[in-house]
Ligand binder design. Sequence first.
Ligand code: TPP
Ligand code: MG
Length: 573
Amino acid sequence: MTKMRAVDAAVLILEKEGATQAFGLPGAAINPFYSAMRAHGGIRHVLARHVEAASHMAEGYTRTAPGNIGICIGTSGPAGTDMITGLYSASADSIPILCITGQAPVAKLDKEDFQAVDIASIAKPVTKMAKTVLEAAQVPGVFQEAFRLMRDEPSPVVKPQATRKQLELALDLIERSERPLFVAGGGILNATAEADFLALAEETGIPVVPTLMGWGIIPDDHPLHAGMVGLQTSHRYGNESLLASDLVFGIGNRWANRHTGDIKTYTEGRKIVHVDIAPTQIGRVFAPDLGIVSDAGSFIRGLLELVRERKAQQRDYSDWARECQDRKGRLQRKTNFDNIPIKPQRVYQEMNRAFGPETRYVTTIGLSQIAGAQMLHVFRPRHWINAGQAGPLGWTLPAAIGVATADPSTQVVALSGDYDFQFLIEELAVGAQFRIPFVHVVVNNSYLGLIRQSQRGFEMDYHVSLGFDNINSEDDMGYGVDHVKVAEGLGCKAVRVTDPNQLFEAFQEAKRLAEEHLVPVVVEVILEKVTNISMGGASIAQVNEFEPIAETEEDAPTAIIPIGSREGAPVGV
Ligand SMILES: Cc1ncc(C[n+]2csc(CCOP(=O)(O)OP(=O)(O)O)c2C)c(N)n1
Ligand SMILES: [Mg+2]
């Protein structure tokens, strides 16, 4: 019988599973696997500059399209430990990635051998499966098992599905409510059920609150889009509508604490339904009035069928939906500031103007991400790609490389604060080397802005400033790192903006440069150092507005519904 090397078998499984895009870097212990990839020739590989970055690239790659599974590869020892943050980030948001590392020879594992760390034990809490394969013949089986888990195919049991009785109970609750809202979570995207979900919302006429992970399931300008809810990445109108509702119907969401804030405020006076594929999610944060363990896709389709069967007794929610739209047309934040140094709100206003509805945004954490989510617009599923639960600084740049690799035909715009950008800044060279174009907006306040803002509670400003007088720079503003020089040094193009009236043109220029040179293009925006962004300390009823709110259309010219323009706009489609 012909024999095959275990590494060759592993590569054939990747091919069979359609997982043909890898990110990583070789080392002695993983060279056999690289030799198999080289011999096979069908696995594309991007050479990262840091293994953590490779793991975030893999995650960005997975998040871009249904069915994608990003792979990251590294050697034994520190390569595996570097990937732990990526595993945590991906697993925390239920995003499958496959991390492959080398390992020391079996006989040396317990001898403190060079780079022989027990990576499977270290990775266990942040993975569905972490395994050190000790026997070559088991390699194909372990790879197959990994794919089965990543694709959520829990054979021999089928995916959990709601029963007819459960669907009836859910619809009974809807029919008894006067002001229901759907909360659409990332689980809907994981089930590729966004089209069915939209059909359900439209059929019932129930307004929708997307979560941060579900943002894009319903376009921002859809008449049933009620806004986002939460302490940070939320809209004033979203929170107000949630507080006015009498039923919150969550599908594929997890009641993140930055979404709910104080649970009593979030739940009091309204019924809550929670549908999730994982039984451990139901009741994890609070006990819903009705909890259903089901795959989001089959649940949505089942409920839609039942809604159509019971069409005759369906309530008309158009007044309630109009009420939600009315809030959306009134409760806005001001973006139209002319200040120099630039106020962050203005950056997002100009991004709305410069980047079209097909843009895919990639971001992680910080005031940059929070203000971006409050003010940018998203119109398509998987077009807001954000590490939600883990929020690891440094994620944005490599994740954007993964996203742009997965879909080179769509405009990718990464959004970072200066600190997030500096964490894994060397990955710019990967974009330059592999000709992966995207625009990276770096809003530079020379601060760990989010942490500076949260230190206000301690009345301190302690180790949160990134400012210093850079001995190589001419300006005397004390912003420290010269991101334009660094980006150029790494082989990319970069533009710096200090005047808000030049933002739009700078974004256009960045798009042109990315297209012409096929490299990442950085737009560094010099922000005012201190701007506090709207945020709630405890509950969604008490979000602090630090800046003036919008009062006229001119204050928020890129708002989805301009202030004062609403006159009984149509609801439903
Ligand atoms: C690895 C890691 N360490 C610390 C934090 C906590 N943290 C969250 S935001 C932030 C500051 C981010 O600064 P920057 O990227 O410049 O964004 P800004 O808030 O200034 O817009 C820090 C330190 C984190 N999320 N991840
Ligand atoms: Mg900053």
